[in-house]
Design a protein around this ligand. Structure first.
Ligand code: DGL
Length: 330
């Protein structure tokens, strides 16, 4: 028999730490109230998967998470992973912004130890809650040698996703998490099975280290539609260093918004054309002459991921070519 892995289980709040009044409260309940030790005590079988230790890092809904929260989570996880008696980490997290926190960790942690971010769509108190099984399976993933070196993973509803691709795609269904190219694998009976690996650079192969990151630059997102007023674009770019423009279709920009966006570039704002469709590539110099306007384009990153990536990119580069290369590489 091989030795069990030592896994740290970190609580940050969310539905997985929620409590409803009655078992039929699947969507109306209080979030972020139960401690991680308490939640873990409901799945005693997890002790067979790994030696477990808990830490309550935050107790907050993930819709509140600022850049400072991201940095605090990343720095603490990094410190824990550096300990010789920690083989991996599970982070229990609200599902609303799990895709952002996980991608941030994926790009900035300097460790090959498994990190699995997990949430639930129903609180532990609800009928057919996914909380206990998701947490159990996430521990199984973090403890398994086949998860080493894959970067940050997100576990939900039987599926192992790479942090790069996964996004929340339903406001209430158990089946809420989707990766455009499919999950990396599944867990069945506490046993992870992988069918593919992340192909883009992450963790040890990126230039960003959580250990040295300071305050992150302000990058905002604007959701496009034909009636969007130029003043709204000017207001949102007034303080930002970067703007993710979640354009229609292939990152299209309405004619009356071209000048406000070009003006933002003249004021030093890095404008990135993305798509509000939720998947697909935005073709550089396709719908708009990006080179002529000094605009960047995402490759296939959805706006929430593009914001994380541009914040990190701007900590090291300002040059248009270098920034564009980041979207092609990560
Ligand atoms: N308050 C939301 C959050 O923490 C709850 C959503 C969830 O965890 O499913 O993201």
């Amino acid at each position: 028999m091989t030795e069990k892995a030592n896994i740290i289980v970190i609580g940050t709040g969310g539905t997985i730490a929620g409590q409803g009044k009655a078992a039929n409260n699947t969507s109306a309940y209080e979030c972020s109230v139960r401690g991680i030790g308490d939640i873990l005590s409901t799945i005693p079988h997890a002790c067979a998967l790994a030696n477990l230790r808990t830490e309550q890092l935050l107790q907050n809904g993930s819709e509140n998470f600022s850049n400072e929260h991201l940095l605090a989570i990343g720095k603490r996880v990094s410190t824990l992973l550096a300990q010789h008696d920690v083989d991996g980490a599970v982070i229990a997290h609200g599902t609303d912004t799990i895709e952002e926190t996980a991608y941030f960790l994926h790009l900035t942690l300097k460790s090959s130890k498994p990190v699995v971010v997990v949430g639930s769509m129903r609180p532990p108190s609800a009928m057919s809650s996914d909380a206990a099984l998701n947490l159990y399976d996430a521990i199984a993933v973090a403890a398994h040698p086949s998860s080493v070196g894959l970067g940050t993973l997100v576990f939900a509803n039987d599926e192992i996703h790479t942090a790069r691709d996964v996004a929340k795609s339903s406001s209430f269904k158990i089946e809420a998490f989707r990766s455009p190219y499919g999950p990396l694998g599944y867990v069945i009976e506490g046993q992870p099975r992988y069918y593919r690996h992340p192909s883009r650079a992450h963790t040890l192969a990126t230039p960003w280290s959580i250990e040295t990151l300071g305050p992150l630059p302000q990058v905002d997102i604007v959701y496009a539609y034909g009636a969007l007023e130029p003043e709204a674009v000017s207001a949102i770019t007034a303080r930002a260093q970067g703007l993710i423009y979640a354009g229609t279709g292939n990152g299209n920009v309405a004619a009356h918004l071209i000048e406000p966006l070009r003006d933002a570039v003249r004021r030093g704002v890095h404008v990135v054309r993305a798509s509000r469709t939720g998947s697909g590539i935005v073709l550089r110099n396709g719908a708009q002459p990006d080179d002529a306007y000094g605009w960047l384009t995402v490759e296939d990153q959805i706006p929430s991921k593009a914001r994380i990536l541009l914040m990190l990119a701007l900590t090291q580069a300002r040059d248009l070519q270098a920034l564009q290369a980041v979207f092609e590489r990560y």
